[in-house]
Ligand binder design. Structure first.
Ligand SMILES: [Zn+2]
Length: 479
């Protein structure tokens, strides 16, 4: 009997009440968390600055993790430390029962990216020291702020469910979350919302790359390089030959593939035939299937180089993370909240600073992103992240917020400079609002978890998660 106008009226009323067509169990109002985050804005900027001031690299984020934990504990979150054998990993939990909505906090810095805050020219705070060149001080702080805002709203409205905040260290060295997964940390989690600093405002979707990193080691025989070189077998020769094979392989991989490397040990002196050499190689592509194929070819190249030089090769996995499993049900939640809240509101001073930085770097002086990108099937950057592993265990979606000038990239002093500057803080504030509101949406609407689970089942084809870590792998930071 119902006519279209009647249906439209019912739907409009549902929207006004913050309900959805799936049926609402609480009176969840995602807008409520916006107000709290606006009122407490200074607090989060101080917290982000405190983490920025003590940059710590993967697995060494002792002070950064402790700073975030202290804030969460004061808000009544229960803390589990040392998750997955990582001293700086933690899980903060508030509330009880289903649904369990999780946010991810990263807080590791990058080596050598120290940079003065708000300086448009390269100017390290301390030469050679680490810096927040990926903006993880903003990332961790926004997620903590969002978890607290969502939990206050959960409590005030007596909404069902649990808010989790995962303190996930060592993202930059590729494996922090992978060890947490192996320890079962995400077993109770229904959905995960994540974000990353960027030069754009968007839901990131289907662009991150899978990556596998290995150490390729050669063992030879030392000898005096002038007196008796015929007695030696050079591990460095083997590494050089192997590296050449990899360089030739680059022509015969998919156009989307990326192969990078660095030599960590090439011997101790030119006049000693090197009995040991070590290179670190990273293989990336749009799918983990392609990366695994390249890995098999890399192993053959190592064996071939060893055979040619009468040395021995050893290939050892450092870390591996797949391309994220997309979840359009959760993408829709993030896109809706991102569009509702809108892009960061940068002022003239921010735009001038951004253009000065672009001028310094020789980039087009485009300033800062001021709009939210419409949802697209492929939208985002090609950096890899261990959130790929999390997305294969539990439904996950991720947004980007502008925290640096257009055209600039992460892993650069430009992001360090902006990560303790109004540009970074404004992006962080929007990220916190979107994450908090999306968490409240999910607590108030069982249909979101149901739709996310269905999308997850389709994407993973119901196959169980298999960890890429060998059984004996332990979380150890590279030297
Ligand atoms: Zn990052």
């Amino acid at each position: 009997m119902s006519s279209r106008p009647q249906l439209a009226t019912v739907f409009a009323v549902c929207l006004l009440l913050g309900m959805t067509a799936h049926g609402s169990v609480g009176r969840a109002d995602p807008r409520a968390t916006d107000g709290y985050l606006d009122q407490t804005r200074d607090r989060w900027e101080r917290l982000a600055r405190a983490v920025w001031d003590t940059p710590e690299t993967g697995l060494g984020e002792t002070r950064s993790a402790a700073t975030l934990i202290e804030v969460l504990q004061k808000e009544g979150f229960q803390i589990t430390r040392g998750v997955g054998g990582e001293a700086t990993a933690f899980v903060a939990t508030a509330g009880s029962g289903a649904p369990v909505v999780a946010l991810l906090a990263e807080y590791d810095a990058l080596p050598g990216l120290s940079q003065a805050a708000g300086q448009a020219k390269r100017q390290p705070v301390a030469e050679g020291a680490p810096g927040h060149g990926c903006g993880h001080n903003l990332l961790g702080t926004a997620s903590v702020a969002a978890a607290i805002a969502a939990n206050r709203e959960r409590s005030a409205r007596k909404l069902p469910g649990t808010i989790q905040l995962f303190g996930t260290p060592a993202e930059e060295i590729g494996f922090g979350k992978t060890f947490m997964i192996r320890a079962g940390a995400f077993q109770r989690t229904d959905v995960v919302f994540a974000w990353h600093p960027d030069d754009q405002n968007r839901v990131t979707n289907r662009t991150r790359l899978a990556v596998t990193a290995v150490n390729v080691e050669f063992f030879g025989r030392a000898a005096h390089a002038a007196a008796s070189p015929w007695l030696g077998r050079s591990a460095l020769d083997a590494l050089a030959l192997f590296d050449h094979a990899m360089a030739l392989m680059r022509e015969h991989v998919l156009p989307t593939a990326r192969i990078h490397r660095m030599i960590r040990d090439g011997g101790s002196a030119p006049n000693i035939i090197a009995d040991h050499a070590l290179g670190e190689y990273w293989l990336r592509d749009t799918s983990v299937v392609s990366v695994n194929e390249m890995l098999e070819r890399l192993k053959k190249a190592a064996e071939g180089a060893a055979l040619a030089t009468e040395t021995r090769a050893k290939v050892a996995l450092l870390f591996s993370t797949r391309d994220p499993v997309p979840n359009d049900a959760l993408n829709a939640v993030l896109q809706k909240e991102l569009e509702r809240i809108g892009a960061p509101r940068f002022d003239d001073a921010d735009q001038r600073f951004a253009r000065a930085m672009q001028h310094e770097l020789g980039f087009e002086e485009l300033g800062l992103a001021t709009a939210v990108m419409p949802f697209q099937i492929k939208n985002g950057g090609t950096a890899s992240s261990d959130i790929g592993e999390v997305s294969a265990v539990v439904p996950l979606a991720e947004i980007n917020l502008a925290t640096r000038p257009l055209g600039t990239a992460a892993h650069h002093w430009a992001q360090t400079a902006c990560a303790a500057h109004p540009i970074g803080y404004k992006g962080m504030a929007v990220a916190a609002k979107v994450l908090a509101a999306s968490a409240i949406d999910t607590l108030g609407d069982p249909g979101i978890v149901k739709a996310a689970r269905e999308a997850f089942a389709v994407q993973t084809k119901g196959k169980p998660y298999v960890s890429p870590l060998p059984p004996d792998a332990r979380p150890v930071a590279p030297k």
